[in-house]
Design a protein around this ligand. Structure first.
Ligand code: FPP
Length: 242
């Protein structure tokens, strides 16, 4: 394995060029399971272990926001058994990690439509979000029953109800987490070059990183590599080089 580069953490407060907000499309759980002749659910089980490792690594690195794409508005098309299993993992995660969130001052937030979720999952996420809302460390945003198009449509409906001018700023204020900065970096695992309805509005100027590794095989070294690569990019946001 090539060495993992040291991260440039120099000009903190912003922790140098450590991205403030990282989004991850955690792909490849099913393929991981198939390769081991295991049921798909086992892939998600392993995927949860990786998510825990990566949350800890992101917290230790000083990332401020980590959005994990757990379940999309399109994932309801999957077999009922798989859907129920993933929802069960979310519950296990939120209940089982509460002490870890407290110890590490981690705040839990939700992106997506709570109304489409099983009521007990919506309740769980609401309660843990409430319990952790004052924690100043990493914010972990669980994208659950989340679709970028759905988020925009819900925001537009809100705006129309309110009346007033329709501007980028006004729409931005109606998104699920309006105070969270746009993602600096979106990572997708399992070698797919697709955005799959993730953070469509927020990712206008996001940098992308695609990893060939399947999500259950991902490590904090892979996160460091993706961030090291990000640190070498030049971001111009539509402008020109100074
Ligand atoms: C995509 O892989 C993965 C999902 C739709 C589920 C992601 C869920 C987890 C990682 C577990 C729960 C995590 C938390 C933080 C509660 P896929 O099934 O589409 O993989 P494939 O393309 O190889 O079939």
């Amino acid at each position: 394995m090539p060495p993992v580069p040291d991260l440039d953490k120099r000009d903190i407060p912003g922790r140098g060029r450590i991205p403030s907000h990282v989004g991850i499309i955690m792909d490849g759980n099913g393929r991981w399971a198939r390769r081991q002749n295991l049921p798909r659910t086992q892939g998600h089980q392993e995927g949860l272990k990786t998510a825990k490792r990566i949350v800890k690594a992101a917290s230790d690195m000083g990332i401020s926001y980590l959005t994990l794409y757990v379940f999309s508005t399109e994932n309801w098309k999957r077999a009922a058994e798989e859907v129920a299993f993933i929802m069960g993992l979310v519950k296990t995660y939120l209940r089982g990690e509460l002490d870890f969130f407290r110890e590490n001052r981690i705040r839990i937030r939700h992106a997506g439509d709570p109304e489409g979720l099983p009521p007990e999952i919506a309740r769980e996420i609401r309660e843990v979000s409430e319990d952790t809302r004052d924690f100043p460390g990493l914010s972990v945003i669980l994208a659950l029953n989340y679709g970028g198009r759905d988020e925009i449509v819900r925001a537009v409906r809100h705006l129309v109800r309110e009346g007033g001018a329709i501007t980028e700023e006004a729409l931005g204020r109606c998104l699920d987490n309006p105070d969270v900065p746009d993602p600096d970096l979106i990572i997708r695992t399992a070698g797919e070059f697709r955005i799959s309805n993730f953070l469509l509005w927020e990712s206008a100027y996001t940098e992308y990183s695609i990893s060939d590794k399947l999500w259950p095989d991902w490590t904090d070294g892979d996160l460091k590599k993706a961030i090291g690569d990000f640190q070498g990019r030049e971001r111009k946001f539509g402008g020109i080089k100074a």
